[in-house]
Structures are given as C-alpha cells and as structure tokens.
Design a protein around this ligand. Structure first.
Ligand SMILES: [Zn+2]
Length: 319
C-alpha cells in the first residue's frame, strides 16, 4: 500500500472546513466487556508460519505453497472456501498468477461482515536504507502476514462457535506490486474480487481490512477513506478497543489517506474500514520497517496481534 501524497492537504482541508473528524464520542456500545476468545500466541505462530515459506511474491514457489496452505487452513477451520484464480497484468507488464482465497461462515445469513487482508509480499524492499535491498523481496511479516495471521486465528475461533451474523474471510493477492503515484497499480486482487465476485450479487453490510497489525510499536489512527465511507463502523471498532483497554494503540484521531484494498471495496459500494498502523508524525506514515528488509519477525508483537484480534472478535459477537 502507499500513503497518498495529498495526505496533509486532506487533513488540513478537514480541519479547515470543520468537516467530520475523528471525534471523542466513540463510546463503547456496551459497557460490559465481552468475554471473547482470541489466542495471540496462535496468531503469532500463524504469522511466523507464513514468513517461513519465504517471501510470498506472486509467481514464486513460496507464494504457491503458502496459498495452498492458507486454503487448507481455512477449510480445516470449517469455512466454505472458494479459490479465485486470475492472471493480472501489473503496471510493469508482468502477468501475476494471482489467487484470492474466500472463506465463508454461516453463508445463509443475510447480515454479513467481510474481513480481509492481503497475503502477498512486496517484490522490492524499495524503502530500505541499503540500495542493494531495493531489488529484493520483503519478508512481509507485518505487511501481509500479520493481517492474515489474525484472521486465521479468528477462523480457528469461529470454527468452535460461529456468531449469528455471517462472516466472510478474504485473503487478497497482488496488493503490493504497485508503484508510487499510480493508484491503480495497487490492490489488484481486491479490485478483481469486487469486479468478479465469486458469489452472485455479493454485498456484505460492511468490511474490515487488516494491514500491518502486528508491529511492536504500532498505533492505529482512523484512516481517511474509512472515515469517509464508514465512520460509524470505525467509531464502533475504536470504541470497542478502548473499552478493552487498548486506547493507547487505537488512537481516536484522524490518520492519513492510504491507498489500500479497502478503497476498491468502497468504490463498489461496500463501506469499509482499514485498520492499519499509522504514525502521523513520521514521513511515510508507516513504521520504519515498511517495505524494507527489516519487515521480519523481529518487528512482530503478539500483544499487538492480540489487541486487534480481540477487538475484532468482540465486534463479531455483538448483536
Ligand atoms: Zn506494502
């Protein structure tokens, strides 16, 4: 994903015109903190397992093997799984053999939420301080594997006790083969999914995207496009996090505008929120390991994965 260059003008515009900003009114819906099950160590192990395949760059053996494993894990946890395969032409002319993995729980339920994360890795560590790494792929422990790891643990918990509402879990491919300044070069798997939904007239009530949710010093601000498309959902999620004691991670303030998979959903009428590590004071907005050779397991914290996973599980089981 990339941060949009107009981020600061967006933020200024918001405050200048007095338009909607992340407000302090995100009170939890329910004062009683629900007892939810989410094993942070299991989520951590799921992240490590993906990284152990090697960088999951499209058209590589590590990518193929990890894709197979993700399908089998979702099936093992009781999801009804569709493998959506497509050849996607990247901005540089490369044909990417892409695989979106779509798992459904309680497929008959009308009320549905879509949870998603990208599972591919960036082919180039082009933000690395060492130029020699700019042509090498990233491990993607945080950028890719963390969101998928949390959702695999969610799937494991859902297999034990599915909530009333329908839950769909989507691992999208080809998010990170993009180039700066070309919005359409990112999130190709998500775009293919919304343009070719594997279920006729697929229309979840809303969607939650997890991206870079395992960082050791992570904070999550309310992302700009999410705030435009789904402010109530963002308020609910940030409120739940605060009620569970994670207000120091989920900062109730506006963050940047990030080109990510959720933008494709929003463009197709699905309100979506991106939970993504964001540091308003840093140049890139992202943490210092982003798109570098250091995006490895050393940067991953089970505690951060747990805070995000618990928040998500609490949301899924609310009436
Ligand atoms: Zn990325």
């Amino acid at each position: 994903m990339q941060k949009l260059p107009l981020i600061f003008s967006c933020a200024l515009f918001l405050s200048a015109c007095g338009a909607k900003q992340a407000s302090a009114e995100a009170a939890p819906e329910d004062p009683v903190v629900a007892d939810v099950k989410f094993d942070a160590d299991s989520a951590y192990a799921y992240v490590a397992r993906q990284v152990a395949f090697g960088p999951r760059v499209p058209n590589t053996e590590a990518h193929r093997q990890c894709g197979e494993w993700l399908v089998s894990e979702l099936r093992r946890h009781g999801a009804e799984v569709t493998e959506q395969r497509a050849t996607l032409r990247a901005f540089d002319g490369t044909d990417l053999k892409a695989l979106n993995i779509f798992g459904r729980y309680n497929p008959e339920a009308e009320r549905r939420v879509l949870l998603l994360a990208h599972w591919d890795c960036r082919p180039w560590a082009d933000q690395d301080p060492d130029p020699a790494n700019h042509t090498r792929p990233v491990d993607g422990a945080n950028d890719g594997a963390s969101g998928v790891g949390v959702l695999l643990e969610v799937a494991r918990q859902l297999s034990a006790a599915a909530p009333e509402q329908g839950v769909d879990i989507l691992f999208v491919d080809a998010e990170d083969w993009g180039t700066e300044g070309d919005d359409q070069s990112w999130a190709m798997g998500a775009r293919y999914f919304v343009e070719n939904p594997p279920v006729k007239d697929y229309r979840p009530d809303h969607a939650i995207l997890l991206d870079m949710v395992g960082g050791k010093e992570a904070v999550f601000c309310r992302e700009y496009f999410s705030e435009q498309a789904a402010p109530a959902l963002a308020s609910t999620l940030w409120g739940i996090a605060a009620s569970r004691g994670y207000g120091d991670l989920f900062l109730n303030r506006l963050g940047g505008a990030v080109t990510d998979d959720h933008v494709q959903l929003i463009a197709h009428g699905i309100p979506a929120v991106d939970i993504i590590e964001y540091h308003p004071e840093s140049d890139s907005g992202f943490n210092s390991r982003w798109h570098t050779a250091s995006d490895n397991m050393e940067g991953i914290s089970a505690a951060t994965l747990g805070a995000v996973g618990e928040t998500l599980m609490d949301f899924l089981y609310r009436k």
